[in-house]
Ligand binder design. Structure first.
Ligand code: ARE
Ligand code: CA
Length: 474
């Protein structure tokens, strides 16, 4: 099905937001492969508007001009090289696919790949798309042609999202052009797609597009007959008529309630026990793509409010570590650049020039304006933990006050103490033995007794997290 990633058991996607392809290829080889990441989610790889008057913001990438693989992150040649080098170290590539719309009204000129376009004339010769490929005006019930009311399903799917020219997904020609774009990427060796603004597309149109896609490329190491992996950006926090379950037939859905649940749970550990709340309509585990924050809600765009970001420091470490230890959903980690201005693009981009590469410091952290949450010590170690305990469920739950602990079957045990001060003998559910504590890099060893109990100690304010597992390399 479309909800299955092919990662040889690896369990975590990292969104390398606005990274260049050459840097991603390096990062796959020097870090992501060895650390056990499943895949990288890219910023949109296709040709986009270049919006100098707003300082070349990150969001220009969400205004497509054509499906040429030529973007701020790099050329088609660099894209192919990245896919091959990442696949070679078992790290798969996932495209951020912006296929609900083209650029915003009022925009014209040349895109990042040199194609001309004129949005007001609905003219995108680089595809080509022309006026008949956009949703007919009479199908949009709103007065100004824009989405104003999220309570009206026709409006959400047939009108213009923040002025973005809306593609007519019922048209076979449009479906084929989108499928051609997907197939080009699949044939290069890409594993899957995050479908941007999928809430604004009819599920039947997505199903038709997916039906036209190739199987994954066996030459890139995928099993024969494997279908591409899809997750759909559907912001459903209750209270609107469009719900995530409408998309379960076409892949996974982004679960935005998880972001809030994690933020609330870190604030009050008493709420950590109900992170997955089916009563709130949250997607079941095998349909949910989960994350603590994303590129929108970390900066006050779609679905913001009550989310932890890198700016929360140790609270963020706790939130992401807990999410990685948990058994709910398929996990995506955000990897950001520092920002104050919520429009600003990646380091180096504001003069229109090239994006700066991250600097890798001697201690493994990033510099040059890049946060690299995926390299934070506890977070990267917990990626290994999640792989080691895959397939097990939470057991031996303990939560009292500001401390929480649980096992993952008999494969691993996790604990977290809000103020980094915890000593207790707990049932780990694990086989007797001596285990390396992962977060400390094996500086601390832990003895599990014959009855499964162990003395669990946390004395680290900055990284108040503890993890042991059978079959983790430490
Ligand atoms: C920019 C300018 C606009 C301008 C437009 C067209 O900011 O002022 O009108 O260009 O010229 C991103 C940015 C937008 C940006 C856009 C295009 O966030 O600011 O617009 O790129 O450059 C809704 C959608 C959801 C969407 C969020 C942001 O449902 O799909 O809005 N998220 C995705 C991406 C974004 C991206 C787009 C879609 C567009 O992840 O990065 O936009 O490709 C409630 C509803 C949600 C709604 C939310 C916000 O929570 O439930 O459904 O999310 O409000 O309105
Ligand atoms: Ca639409």
């Amino acid at each position: 099905g479309y909800d299955t990633p092919y990662c040889d058991g690896r369990q975590t996607i990292v969104h390398l937001f606005e990274w260049k392809w050459t840097d991603i290829a390096d990062e796959c080889e020097r870090f992501l492969g060895p650390a056990g990441f499943c895949a990288v989610q890219l910023s949109p790889p296709n040709e986009h508007a270049v919006i100098g008057e707003d300082g070349f913001p990150w969001w220009q990438r969400y205004q497509p001009v054509s499906y040429k693989l030529d973007s701020r992150s790099g050329t088609r040649e660099q894209f192919i090289d990245m896919v091959q080098r990442c696949n070679a170290v078992q790290v798969r590539i996932i495209i951020d696919a912006v296929v609900n719309h083209m650029t915003g009204l009022g925009r014209s000129g040349q895109g990042s790949g040199g194609s001309n376009f004129n949005a007001d004339n609905l003219d995108f010769p680089g595809v080509p798309f022309s006026s008949s490929d956009f949703t007919p005006r009479e199908m949009c019930p709103s007065e100004n042609g824009q989405i104003n009311n999220y309570g009206n399903v026709e409006e959400v799917r047939n009108c213009y999202l923040v002025g973005l020219t809306d593609l007519y997904g019922a048209s076979d020609y449009v479906r084929q052009k989108v499928a051609d774009f997907f197939n080009d990427a699949i044939d290069i060796g890409v594993m899957g797609f995050r479908v941007d603004a999928a809430k604004h597309m009819w599920p039947a149109d997505l199903e038709a597009i997916e039906g036209k896609t190739h199987d994954l490329n066996t030459a890139a190491g995928f099993p024969s007959g494997a279908r591409p992996f899809f997750y759909h950006e559907v912001i459903d926090q209750g209270g609107e008529p469009i719900t995530v379950d409408e998309y379960f037939g076409v892949g996974r859905t982004t679960e935005f309630r998880f972001c809030k649940k994690i933020a609330w749970g870190i604030n009050d550990f008493g709420q950590l026990g109900s992170i997955y709340d089916p009563g709130w309509g949250m997607a079941p585990s095998d349909k949910a793509l989960v994350f603590v924050d994303n590129h929108d809600n970390q900066r006050g765009h779609g679905g913001a409010g009550d989310v932890l970001t890198y700016k929360a420091g140790r609270d963020y470490t706790m939130g992401v570590s807990f999410a990685l230890a948990h058994d709910y959903g398929f996990m995506r980690i955000m990897s950001s650049y520092y920002f104050d201005n919520t429009d600003v693009g990646p380091p180096g981009s504001s003069n229109g020039g090239n994006t700066d590469s991250p600097i890798i410091n001697g201690d493994g952290s990033c510099g040059g304006g890049w946060v690299c949450e995926h390299r934070w010590n506890a977070i990267s170690k917990m990626v290994g933990f999640r792989n080691a305990v895959a397939g097990t469920n939470i057991a031996n739950w303990y939560q009292v006050g500001d401390n929480v602990a649980f096992s993952r079957g008999d494969k691993g045990f996790f604990a977290m103490s809000k103020y980094g001060d915890f000593d207790m003998t707990l049932q780990t559910g694990m086989p007797a033995g001596s285990y390396c504590e992962l977060i400390s890099g094996c500086a601390n060893m832990v003895t599990v007794n014959g009855d499964g109990t162990a003395q669990i100690s946390i004395h680290n304010y900055e990284e108040p997290v503890f993890a042991i597992c059978v079959a983790c390399d430490g």
